[in-house]
Design a protein around this ligand. Sequence first.
Ligand code: UDP
Length: 415
Amino acid sequence: MLERVPLLEKDLDAYSEIVGTEVVARIRELAEPLRGARVLHVNATAYGGGVAELLATHVPLLRSAGLAADWQVIRGSDEFFKVTKSVHNALQGGDVEWTRTMEAAYLENVLDNALRLEGAFDFVVVHDPQPAALRSFVRDRTLRHEGTKWIWRGHIDLTDADPKVWEFYRPFVELHDAAVFTMPEFVPDTLELEPLVAPPCIDPLSVKNLDLPRPFGEELCKQYGVDVRRPFVCQVSRYDPWKDPIGVIDAFRIVREKVTDAQLVLAGSMATDDPEGFQVWEEVQQARADDPDIHLLSNIQQVGNVQINAFQRLAAVVIQKSIREGFGLTVSEALWKGRPVVGGRAGGIVLQIRDGYDGYLVDSVEECAARTIDLLADPVGADAMGAQGREHVRQNFLCTRELEDWLRLFTQLRA
Ligand code: UDP
């Protein structure tokens, strides 16, 4: 059996206060004909990164809506995760070596997982490239999956994907009954499958996003050496070159020439499926150069959801300076807390930040610094942008909207 991820309980009705009773009633109506449907979500990691974050809410909400939903993760050797990290980089437009040996290592590992897949399901949702070939192995193996609808959920920006790597994956993706993407721009022209678009969302009732009394948040920040009497900016991200943590440090150094008491918090988790994380951490540590006002933090120092909540909430400005991005949940997380966000003009960040309204979209270190300085100089304007961002998130990027999208998709696939 694949490893099942233990889940919290979520009550759909609890979201009425935030999104309105009519939204919850609509979801219940959509879910009624799907009552009891067996849904399995499969991905590569139970924590760290956006997909794990999404599933931790989405699967319990499917249950609360009456479906029999489960989340399982595939296993992988170090070699497998090295290969799939290269795949991730190649699909985001990076230059990587792609060999037959890598293909074989990938397929062997997925086959091993396919043999462990147990149970019967009405819908199997396969996230990202790591488990993408599961369907091809399961198809030939057993009749128990006859009638199962398979959906591939691609979270990656494929606009500049390396053709060799994408062509390797494409036939596996095309074995699915549907493919879901974050933005229409991410759908490759070569894909012979009708795509659907459903951007990810955040959970306003998760520990990461729940309201937090200010004194409690301040205490948490202080425990990590952050002086809460001085302004700080923060970026929350895996230690990944595409998130450009070094660019954030460069921008911060420019900011500090003008706002001399500013501090920077960089918080990033190490995910089990991301072997590059430790190396990038080292590089960022070097770039920090023992600067006491740059706080470099990770889950290894017990930075968990509640600390992330405090950093995002108390930051004067939140930065997400990605060069490539699937969606960038951290942007909606910050906007929901009423903070303006300076974000790289990449992927799903452009859906979340309306430039000049909820924050700013930037294309360079210098621009990132200039916009951050503007916001630090005008706290009232910054709060107003944050408040606009919160409403934008309420309308578009809360988990009830995503739940509705998926229930509609399941309904369509059953018809
Ligand atoms: N995150 C976290 N702790 C960290 C760094 C990141 O909990 O130290 C969370 C972050 O709050 C967000 C998710 O991991 O919920 C990252 O999702 P995003 O879509 O921003 O990026 P991804 O990692 O999927 O590329």
